[in-house]
Design a protein around this ligand. Structure first.
Ligand SMILES: NC(=O)c1ccc[n+]([C@@H]2O[C@H](COP(=O)([O-])OP(=O)(O)OC[C@H]3O[C@@H](n4cnc5c(N)ncnc54)[C@H](OP(=O)(O)O)[C@@H]3O)[C@@H](O)[C@H]2O)c1
Length: 287
């Protein structure tokens, strides 16, 4: 199976390299700028195309790995470039969109699907290595055997989704990955107020973050929860709330909101004392 890419960014390059490692043939790259296509094709030892028609004609399947807003535009360009897409597949790798973004290609005879890696792509080498254990969210037409064949060959596990489930699925991916990054940045900001700079702060926090994530994987969220809310240490939480003063700043409301969320989780397993639960609810309701 020969696979081509439209959109030579991070995901296109990393997934192309990963497919090659798993014995697929990557035809090459077409991108908005020829320079990006050339960079990706050099890194994969494949061809850079300045003509979309040539890429499509030389490929059995196309992954559109542009940014989400450009997927439909790129798909239209692809569909307009050829008479038929029969016996080919066209896929995108967005978590936010369903395969309906590829409707125009489906009308021209292509099998269409979306294949979203539940992974954050920051560094190329690390991302390609991480792909080995990555889960994929898959969604598409009934003839998605092609898709399952690809994942069976790479050995990746997957979650099957319906088109209408994709937005909720993507909320989860954004919250647990992107918001986690923002949350750590929130902690570093508070460290900054006591003179601990970002570099030192991150170095100091990383072992705890890794340990927490491992505990979640091994024990599940309810049992992995530790700390003053899970223990019912009301005075500690009272003291922390006072640090924010009387004014409802953004920093204070994030603390209060996440505290209430943590209390809900603690009540599922760790914290059973009704008096303490009521006190914590009252303390955390300030912001
Ligand atoms: N990044 C992640 O962590 C991640 C994780 C899971 C899924 N995804 C999904 O993967 C897809 C790609 O994301 P990314 O992070 O790789 O984005 P990216 O690094 O910004 O790359 C997007 C590429 O698409 C090219 N492009 C934009 N519009 C185009 C068009 N109309 N025709 C052809 N090429 C076009 C850009 O071209 P030029 O460079 O040529 O200007 C750029 O190289 C998205 O659907 C995203 O939701 C991303």
């Amino acid at each position: 199976m020969k696979i081509g890419f439209i959109g030579a960014g991070k995901v296109g390059l990393c997934f192309g390299l990963y497919l090659q490692q798993n014995h697929f043939t990557v035809t090459g790259y077409f991108s908005r700028s020829f320079q990006s296509a050339q960079t990706a094709s050099m890194k994969t030892g494949t061809k850079s195309f300045d003509n979309i028609n040539e890429l499509v004609s030389n490929s059995d399947g196309i992954f559109i790995t542009t940014n989400d807003d450009q997927i439909e535009t790129a798909c239209r360009q692809l569909a307009d470039a050829v008479v038929t897409l029969k016996n080919k597949f066209v896929a995108h790798m967005s978590g936010a969109l369903s395969s309906s973004a590829l409707e125009i290609a489906r009308k021209k005879g292509a099998v269409t699907f979306s294949l979203h890696p539940l992974q954050a792509f920051a560094d190329v080498d690390k991302s390609v290595a991480d792909l080995k254990s990555c889960y994929f969210g898959i969604e598409g037409q009934e003839q998605s055997e092609i898709l399952e064949d690809i994942l069976n060959q790479t050995g990746n596990p997957f979650l099957k989704l319906l088109p209408e489930q994709k937005t909720r699925y993507h909320i989860v991916a954004c919250v647990v990955s992107n918001y986690l990054v923002a949350l750590i940045d929130y902690g570093l900001e508070i460290f900054g107020t006591i003179g601990i700079d970002t570099e030192m702060g991150l170095q100091a926090l990383m072992p705890m973050i890794r340990g927490t994530v491992e505990n979640i994987g091994q024990l599940g969220t309810e049992k992995a929860l530790t700390g003053p809310i899970a223990r019912g240490d009301t005075q500690t939480i009272q003291k922390q709330m006072r640090i924010f003063g009387a004014e409802e700043t953004e920093q204070a409301s994030v603390y209060g909101f996440l505290g209430r969320l943590t209390l809900d989780l603690a009540m599922k397993d760790r914290l059973t004392d009704d008096r303490k639960i009521a006190q914590l609810k009252q303390i955390l309701s300030k912001f």
